[in-house]
Write a protein that binds this ligand. Structure first.
Ligand SMILES: *Cc1c(COP(=O)(O)O)cnc(C)c1O
Length: 366
């Protein structure tokens, strides 16, 4: 079986974790600081604040910006549910704008159409490792006086308009086990703003500046040094592993060219994709549909994933919820029917990539 993702922790990372265990300092401490310091090279930002998940990173960012009840946040309905849960946790209203067919990402024109007097922030998602159109979205945000929070949970090291994903607004990263780098669970907020970084550090630690000196109503969003040690080790591998992802994606694209009804990931100029997922569309022109392709590949030992099978609003717990607004988004719904992700992770050998492509061709009679 060729799995859709593999976690591989190297020996150096094991040593870093053992070092923390032996130090006796397990909670947030020097290793968290080291992770923050090291991650700044990825996010290209002045500050980095580690927290205990990507979801927490999003919640804390909205809180640090003062976004809450009465505000609206515009985002994509074609995302992992955490994006939406985080907005709702802040108390703000989620307003959906549709995605663009060619890249699965928030469509700036659709965003512009749903901006209201209550809109406080834009929350684009850099889905599959391809950054959203940040130059256009930033311009739009500036024109309407909106904050920008980026869901960069899948986009460590991606770039757009010559800048790292996560450096345009408050950049929220995840270190969950299946992401391009992991700490088991974990997250981080990147920012160039000293005051927002300060606010995030307070929120993370019960609002406390010095011991028992509370400056605001905070929370416990802290990452542990144990987790941070895994993250520091993983970060050392990130560049090399991302290059392997990109290389695997290029090989897959080459081998899968020209199949009827199979739409390959689009290459967008001025954007560097880090291929968290290699996601294709299976359209009505294909010999079999998306679900049949996924089943066929599974029978032949190739793991796949459907990210995501429905638009986020299309579940009973969100449908009709007072904090969820917006009409249907046809492109998001279409994508949910057509997408399937193939293995692209750095543990694939060249032979695995060839096998994946051959099995896709076989299943589609191509
Ligand atoms: C993983 C993910 C998150 C949430 O990150 P966690 O660390 O699992 O909380 C948010 N948004 C997207 C798009 C993700 O893929």
């Amino acid at each position: 079986m060729i799995p859709i993702s593999v976690v591989h922790i190297d020996r150096e990372t094991e040593e870093l974790v053992l070092g923390v265990l032996r130090s006796g300092h397990l909670a947030q401490g020097p290793m968290v600081e080291r992770l923050e310091e090291d991650f700044r090279a990825v996010s290209g930002t002045e500050y980095a604040v580690a927290v205990n998940s990507g979801t927490t990173a999003l919640v804390a960012s909205l809180q640090a910006l003062g976004i809450g009840p009465g505000d609206e946040v515009i985002t994509s309905p074609f995302t992992f549910v955490a994006t939406v849960n985080a907005i709702m946790e802040s108390g703000a209203i989620v307003r959906f704008a549709d995605i663009r067919r060619e890249d699965f990402l928030l469509d700036p024109a659709a965003v512009e159409a749903v901006v209201t007097a209550k809109t406080a922030a834009l929350l684009p998602v850099h889905l599959y490792g391809l950054p959203a159109d940040m130059p256009a979205l930033s311009k739009l945000a500036a024109a309407h006086g909106l904050a920008v929070v980026e869901d960069a949970a899948q986009a460590h090291g991606a770039r757009v308009g010559g800048r790292p994903a996560g450096s345009y607004g408050l950049g929220c990263f995840s270190f969950y086990a299946t992401k391009n780098m992991t700490s088991g669970e974990g997250g981080l907020i990147a920012t160039d703003s000293a005051s927002l970084a300060q606010q995030l550090r307070l929120l993370r630690n019960q609002g406390m500046r010095n011991r028992y000196d509370y400056r605001l109503v905070g929370h416990n969003y802290r990452l542990t040094d144990l987790q941070a040690a895994v993250g520091v080790g993983e970060l050392r591998q990130l560049r090399a592993r991302t290059m392997r992802r990109v290389q695997n994606a290029a090989r897959l694209a080459e081998m899968l060219r020209g199949i009827d009804g199979l739409v390959l990931p689009s290459v967008v100029s001025d954007r560097e994709h880090v291929f968290h997922q290699f996601t294709v569309r299976v359209t009505s022109e294909a010999r079999i549909d998306r679900d049949a392709l996924a089943r066929a590949l599974s029978h032949r030992g190739v793991g796949t994933g459907v990210y995501y099978p429905r638009a986020v609003y299309d579940y009973p717990c969100y449908r009709g919820h007072p904090l969820v607004q917006g009409k249907g988004c046809p492109e998001a719904e279409r994508a949910a029917q057509e997408v399937v992700s193939l293995p692209v992770h750095p543990s694939l050998e060249a032979a695995d990539v060839a096998t994946i492509a051959a099995e896709v061709r076989r299943a589609l009679h191509a």
